[in-house]
Ligand binder design. Structure first.
Ligand SMILES: Nc1ncnc2c1ncn2[C@@H]1O[C@H](COP(=O)(O)OP(=O)(O)O)[C@@H](O)[C@H]1O
Ligand SMILES: O=P(O)(O)OC[C@H](O)CO
Length: 494
């Protein structure tokens, strides 16, 4: 039996998944690692944790089913995007903790650049906005705050990479400093139209170009693992950022197809084909995947809090013990109460991009309790998705005409998915395999290794587990969504 090893290095855990030659999951290993919050709005990871948990989960997954390196045809890597690592090319040591995508420390730099009128140039080159979310300002922050770093970077001694690059560098023993086009597209340094690093953006953000990795296709040769890591050399043949990998795993290969992933946050990607669509509604233009040198573009809506609102009910309010309890609670909620929760715990992402907004709850009465809170929390994820889809519809026209394919931990909630269908007035399809992110990375590597079918054949393997059809009366849908819009406006003016 031949396997593909998918590495999924996420925000809260590292996972290794072995897929067999029929694209079925053979085993999964997962390890969480600590999150570091050195100041308000700052989020860091220890770069060593990212690396050691990756290797140990790979080893555990292999041990679980007695697979050796000889059984593994190739490795595919998918990763939390934007998170920034800078390391010394000689020692291979990171010079600072990884600055995580959620980190807001460069908010002021972004404000300054915007005030100086740079946003249009940034958007035109990269498809992104001047927001601390992306890597570019994080790299500059490290260079300005670690003693001697800027000088060393200018002397070519330091390397920058998103998490995929950091893992590739370590897996190959420092032989390969590369990334793929989807990860490059999240740095604020990459020209998504020209398909190369942008001198203009590097100058704007003061990032020396010599630090940047080489950009390759998603299915390409990224070197091979050092023999002593997993028992023998294994080729690395696939790389994609996690949301793009999920788009691939959901087989959204045709323009107009869309997926939405509900993990900590929610990321909706609409395949727009060979042309990058410029959003008039504050969505991001990004690369969905790049194969045979040809990029396919996507419009992306990024919401920072989705499943995290359920974690808040559990860990902050302590009104549930496990995420799954929200289903029963939401069912018990008093329908006459219209409690609306705006979960802007770390500001609002698309389409508002309001870093300073904070969470708010409206419509409480003396009878409001855990059930109404749980319902409002699940509903908030549906409302935020509708905001994204309305923006996509305005930019693209047909968004929402096809079913929305969902995945991620929170898509396990039948209640949340039914509400989503209701508030969108659109069909929501949940696939059999919810590990779409890892599946996407596995397919990239597996088809390059000659083990898996081509795009068309792979798309045929997508199987539906459950479809949710809208069942809410139109006037109720209209009233509820209008209440959400009022709540978001009020939260922003607080
Ligand atoms: N049955 C459920 N109902 C509601 N939310 C859930 C359920 N199961 C998991 N979640 C939420 O899904 C999230 C985990 O999803 P996952 O895809 O593993 O996230 P990530 O990759 O961002 O760590 C958690 O925030 C959790 O609260
Ligand atoms: O690690 P996840 O699944 O929360 O995904 C993080 C995204 O890639 C951030 O853009």
């Amino acid at each position: 039996m031949a396997f593909i090893l998918a590495i999924d290095q996420g925000t809260t855990s590292s996972r290794a998944i072995l897929f067999d030659q029929n694209l079925k999951i053979a085993t999964v290993a997962q390890e969480e690692f600590p999150q570091h919050f050195p100041a308000s709005g700052w989020v860091e990871h220890d770069c060593n944790d990212l690396w050691t948990t990756t290797v140990s989960t790979c080893r555990t997954a292999m041990e679980k089913i007695g697979a050796t390196a000889a059984d593994i045809a190739a490795i595919g890597i998918t990763n939390q995007r934007e998170t920034t690592v800078v390391w010394d090319r000689t020692t291979g040591k990171a010079i600072h903790n990884a600055i995580v995508w959620q980190d807001r420390r460069t908010s002021e730099i972004c404000q300054r650049l915007k005030a100086d009128g740079h946003e249009a140039t940034a958007n035109e080159r990269t498809g992104l906005l001047l927001d601390p979310y992306f890597s570019g300002t994080k790299v500059a922050w490290i260079l300005d705050n670690v003693e001697g770093a800027r000088q060393r970077a200018e002397a070519g001694e330091l390397a920058f990479g998103t998490v995929d690059s950091w893992l590739i560098w370590n897996l190959t023993g420092g032989m390969v400093h590369a990334t793929d086009a989807t990860n490059a597209a999240r740095t604020l340094l990459y020209d998504i139209r020209k398909g190369r690093w942008s001198q203009t953006m590097c100058d704007m953000l003061r990032v020396p170009m010599d630090m940047l990795p080489e950009v390759r296709d998603c299915a390409a040769d990224f070197g091979h693992t050092q023999a002593d890591l997993l028992g023998a050399e294994i080729p690395i043949l696939g790389v994609a950022g996690d949301q793009q990998a999920a788009t691939i795993g959901q087989a959204c290969f045709k323009a107009g197809m869309m997926k939405s992933t509900y993990g900590t946050g929610c990321f909706a990607l609409l395949n727009t084909g060979e042309t990058p669509v410029v959003s008039q509604n504050r969505l991001l233009t990004t690369i969905a995947y790049q194969l045979d040198g040809k990029p396919t573009y996507a419009l992306e809506g990024s919401i920072f809090v989705a499943g995290a609102v359920v974690q808040w009910l559990r860990d902050g309010l302590k009104i549930i013990d496990a995420a799954g309890e929200t289903h029963a609670l939401a069912q018990q909620a008093d329908v006459a109460q219209n409690v609306v929760l705006v979960p802007a715990f770390t500001g609002l992402g698309a389409p508002y991009w309001n870093a300073d907004c904070r969470g708010a709850i409206f419509g409480l009465s003396r009878n409001s309790g855990p059930a109404e809170f749980a319902r409002a929390a699940l509903e908030s994820v549906g409302y935020q998705t509708r905001d994204l889809l309305e923006a996509m519809q305005a930019d693209w026209g047909t968004a929402g005409d096809t079913a929305l394919r969902v995945d991620g931990g929170m898509s396990a909630s039948d209640w949340a998915m039914q509400f989503l269908a209701d508030i969108l007035d659109a069909q929501v399809d949940r696939p059999d395999v919810l590990e779409t992110t890892a599946m996407g990375a596995a397919w990239l590597a597996g088809q390059r290794a000659g083990l898996y079918p081509d795009m068309e054949g792979f798309a045929k393997t997508w199987a539906l587990e459950r479809s949710f059809a809208p069942a809410m009366a139109e006037d109720l849908r209209t009233r509820k969504y209008a209440a959400w819009k009022r709540a978001v406006a009020a939260a922003q003016s607080f």
